[in-house]
Design a protein around this ligand. Structure first.
Ligand code: NAD
Length: 361
């Protein structure tokens, strides 16, 4: 393929013990940060992204430029393209797949439900199929979501809690992803690790998320709508800073055991690893407080509207118990919401400065 040389160069690693990682969704928010962190420490990294138009494609292209400058090549393609995946696995002996490509967001399902099935279910299966027949078989670390806890109201959420009441199609497809991963682990001895991220925010973030569009609307002088749950009280989220999430992802990759696969006799060689971890911040913050912090950082008096929470797939609150990730991945979030938002706002004002990025607006 035309990209073969660039892929081989991007896959170069600095030592034999470094990883060779395929990062799907590499031009996405989390994918960009994880790819940069892996490359910085000497791992070989290849990105894969279909650059879909769910949100501003210019932002994805800008992230791609940053990746390219750091030596990370992003192949443009879809995780549903089995031929492309087979070619990639033929060219590069990936030790790990960091699977972050997905149709994210809960509200968009009302407009385009099939995009969730396409990327989060069919695409994940295509990727697992390609991984299972690759030689070597890579260990898979994939993004799940705190949304799998759905209507569960027992907080903080621990990995053993029930996840059978999704509140959105997004959550249902993320939950399906965990179960599909389990089946591939059971049948093909693929090593799989699911990471349930809790509301990730930070520089290069996603424009469809509240902290991002609040910032945009506050700067434009628009009203901010904050939702109140029917039993009173603001909606709260366990906002987790991107650098903390990246550390959790690297911890999961580093502790992932090899897929055990099958022996030449066609028999299973052993039980490969199946893991699920919460990656959150363990301190939920009401959305009203998020607005207070942005008001302070942006130095603009915010016009607020309080509305009852619509039934649009959002849940009232999220709160992670992270003791399992602490113990097994050495995961320890260190950034509080105000410090993290300060970094986001600094990035936002620079990136969207009318002098620099006219095309983005
Ligand atoms: P994102 O939308 O910024 O990144 C996803 C990337 O995947 C995008 O660049 C998109 O173009 C790409 N993509 C989508 N479908 C694809 C397909 N079929 N083939 C190839 N590429 C495709 O989202 P993000 O915030 O970076 O999220 C990364 C992962 O983490 C997702 O799986 C998401 O569901 C999960 N997650 C994110 C959060 C959060 O708060 N950001 C919370 C929980 C879970």
């Amino acid at each position: 393929p035309a990209w073969e040389k660039r892929v081989t160069k991007s896959a170069r690693r600095t030592s034999a013990s470094s990883l060779t990682v395929l990062v799907t969704g590499a031009s996405g928010f989390v994918g960009t940060h994880v790819s940069l962190a892996l490359k910085r420490r000497g791992d070989g990294v290849i990105g894969l992204d279909n650059f879909n138009r769910y949100y501003d494609p210019n932002l994805k292209r800008a992230r791609q430029k940053v990746l390219s400058r750091a030596g990370v090549f992003v192949v443009e393609g879809d995780i549903n393209d089995a031929n492309l995946l087979h070619k990639l696995f033929d060219v590069v002996p990936f030790t790990h797949v960091m699977h972050l490509a997905a149709q994210a967001g809960v509200r968009y399902a009302m407009q385009n439900p099939n995009s969730y099935i396409h990327s989060n279910i069919a695409g994940f299966v295509t990727l697992l199929e390609a991984s299972k027949s690759a030689n070597p078989q890579p260990a898979i670390v994939y993004a799940s979501s705190s949304s799998v806890y759905g209507l569960n109201s027992k907080v903080p959420f621990s990995e053993k809690d029930r996840t059978d009441q999704p509140a959105s199609l997004y959550a249902a497809t993320k939950k399906a992803g965990e179960e599909i991963a389990h089946a591939y682990n059971h049948i093909y001895c693929l090593s799989v690790t699911g990471l349930r991220f809790f509301t990730v925010y930070g520089p290069w973030g996603r424009p469809d998320m509240a902290y991002f569009f609040f910032t945009k609307d506050i700067l434009k002088g628009k009203h901010i709508t904050v939702f109140e749950s029917p039993d009173g009280g603001s909606v709260a989220r366990d906002f987790t800073y991107i650098d903390d999430i990246v550390k959790g992802c690297l911890g999961a990759l580093d502790t992932a055991k090899k897929s055990t696969g099958f022996g030449v006799d066609g028999k299973k060689k052993g039980n490969a690893q199946y893991r699920i971890f919460n990656l959150g911040n363990t301190s939920p913050v009401p959305v009203t407080e998020l607005v207070d912090i942005l008001e302070k950082l942006l130095n603009v008096k915010v016009k607020r509207k309080v509305m009852p929470m619509p039934r649009n797939g959002d849940v009232k609150f999220t709160h992670a118990n992270i003791s399992r990730a602490q113990k097994e991945l050495g995961y320890m979030p260190t950034t509080d919401l105000e410090s993290g938002l300060k970094k986001f706002v600094r990035w936002y004002l620079d990136f969207y400065s009318p002098l620099k990025n006219k095309s983005v607006w």
